[in-house]
Structure formats: C-alpha cells, structure tokens
Write a protein that binds this ligand. Structure first.
Ligand SMILES: [Zn+2]
Length: 265
C-alpha cells in the first residue's frame, strides 16, 4: 500500500505563535522537531498497517521544516515546493491508497486557533459553495477527484470538527484547542501515540473515507487588503464585488479551482 502524508505546522502540538512557524526563528526549532515527531508517528502507523511506500510533503511555508534523518526507508520526503496548483498535496496521483493530514489548522474565519488562516494570512475567509473552506477541505477535494480517500487529520480541535462534517468516518486527533490567543495542548509524546493509533484505525477502514465531491465550485475570497482583491479581479473569470474586498469565481472542477487559487490568493 502507498500513502501520501501532507504535513503542516500550525496544527502541531504546542505551536501557538507565528514566530514559531518561521524557519530561522529561535522558536521554530522546537516546532519543527514536534512536526517531525508527529509526521513520523503517522508514518509508523501506516507502516504497521502494511504501507510499503509513503510520500511525505513538507507543506509549511518554506517546505523545509522536517528533519529528514529520522524517517525510515519506506518514506520519501518532498522538501520545498513544486509551484503547481495541487500545492500541499503536490505529486499526489491515482496510485495512492489514501491521504493523511498532519498538523493542519482551522481556516481563516474560524476562531479555533490563534493561527487560523487559509493558504496565507492575506484573507479573512475563503468560501466554497457558501461554506468557509479550509486548506484540508480543498486538498481533500483534490484527492477525491483522483479517487483517493482522505483518511486521517490531526490538528486543532475546531479543524477536526470541521473535517468530520464532510466525512464522519474520517479519523481525527485533536492535539490542541485554541482559546483566544492561547492553545491548550496535549503532551507532545501522547499526541504522537494518538496519531500513530489513529492512522492505523483510519487505514483499517479506508474504504469508508470518501468525500462527496461537489459538481461545481462557487468560490468567494474576502481579502484583508482591497488592493489584493483588485489585483485578483484581473484573473480570467474572477469578479470583484461591490465591497472592493471580495472576489468570486466559478470552477467546474477542483483542478480549475486550485489553479485559479494559485494565481490570485
Ligand atoms: Zn502552515
């Protein structure tokens, strides 16, 4: 079996400040160490269930957060970015048996993490078909379009609840809860234990993990700066709303949604 793991940092145990998410910042080392530990725990769970090939995408910011030295031979790690629309699941194709999301965080527009955002910090929300959409949802839809189920998510509690709305069979591990500008965290080693067990459970029932893919996508993005919305409105098919801060576009497929997003968000 072959699995894809997409790892972000804002939903990792203990990660609370933007500073700790920036490569080169003093606080980043501890965050990256725990991101590595939680990603490794997911790999171990998958390998125990029979995975013989795992692709890990280091999917935060620089894409150079994970310590590659700890991973076993079954794992290949994608560092840095392809620059392709599939973004945080770059390289995913129909040959995979499932996607596992580690360290994901709630979307811009949700209050469940001090680090809530969608793709970057320049927007107040991204909506798909009228509902606030997370990075998890966009990438899970992309995976589903290839017939690949999204099996597992770890991150903050609100993200886990959001993800389960789209598939109640999805296994989740909430490693922390955001309150105001704070986070209440599990013990880092306990998070790893739960992630390893959760991934095993998820793989055991992987055929129940398909999302229903919408037949079309109405996308709305509310930018923090009107200048960003104005600029985005020149991309073919994108319309600026009267408020000057919001743009809309329609995509027939998730691939089209992701391509437009790559250029305007
Ligand atoms: Zn991130």
């Amino acid at each position: 079996m072959k699995f894809y793991i997409s790892a972000d940092i804002e939903g990792i145990t203990g990660v609370t400040s933007w500073e700790s998410t920036n490569l080169g910042n003093l606080e980043h080392a501890a965050a990256a160490r725990q991101m590595t530990a939680e990603t490794l725990a997911a790999c171990r769970g998958a390998i125990e269930m029979g995975a013989d090939e795992i692709i890990v995408k280091d999917a935060h910011d620089s894409g150079r957060n994970l310590d590659l030295t700890v991973f076993p031979k079954e794992v290949k790690i994608i560092s840095d970015w392809y620059g392709s629309p599939e973004s945080m699941v770059a390289g995913l194709d129909q040959t995979f048996d499932g996607v596992i999301f580690v360290g994901y965080h709630c979307a811009a527009g949700f209050c469940g993490s001090p680090l809530a955002h969608t793709m970057n910090r320049g927007n107040n929300y991204v909506k798909i078909n009228g509902e606030i959409a997370s990075e998890f949802l966009m990438h899970a839809y992309f995976a589903e379009s290839l017939g690949v189920p999204s099996l597992f998510v770890s991150g903050d509690q609100m993200l886990c609840e959001h993800a389960q709305k789209y598939n109640p069979n999805l296994q989740t591990v909430a490693v922390k809860k955001g309150v105001g500008n704070a986070t209440i965290n599990l013990s880092p080693s306990y998070s790893c234990k739960l992630i390893q067990e959760g991934v095993k459970k998820a793989i055991a029932q992987k055929d129940l993990c398909h999302l229903s893919l919408p037949s079309g996508f109405d996308v709305e993005i509310n930018f923090k700066k009107h200048s960003r919305a104005y600029r985005a409105s020149f991309y073919p098919g994108v319309t600026l709303l009267d408020d000057g801060y919001t743009v809309r576009y329609h995509a027939d497929t998730i691939q089209e949604l992701m391509t437009t997003r790559m250029f305007i968000l």
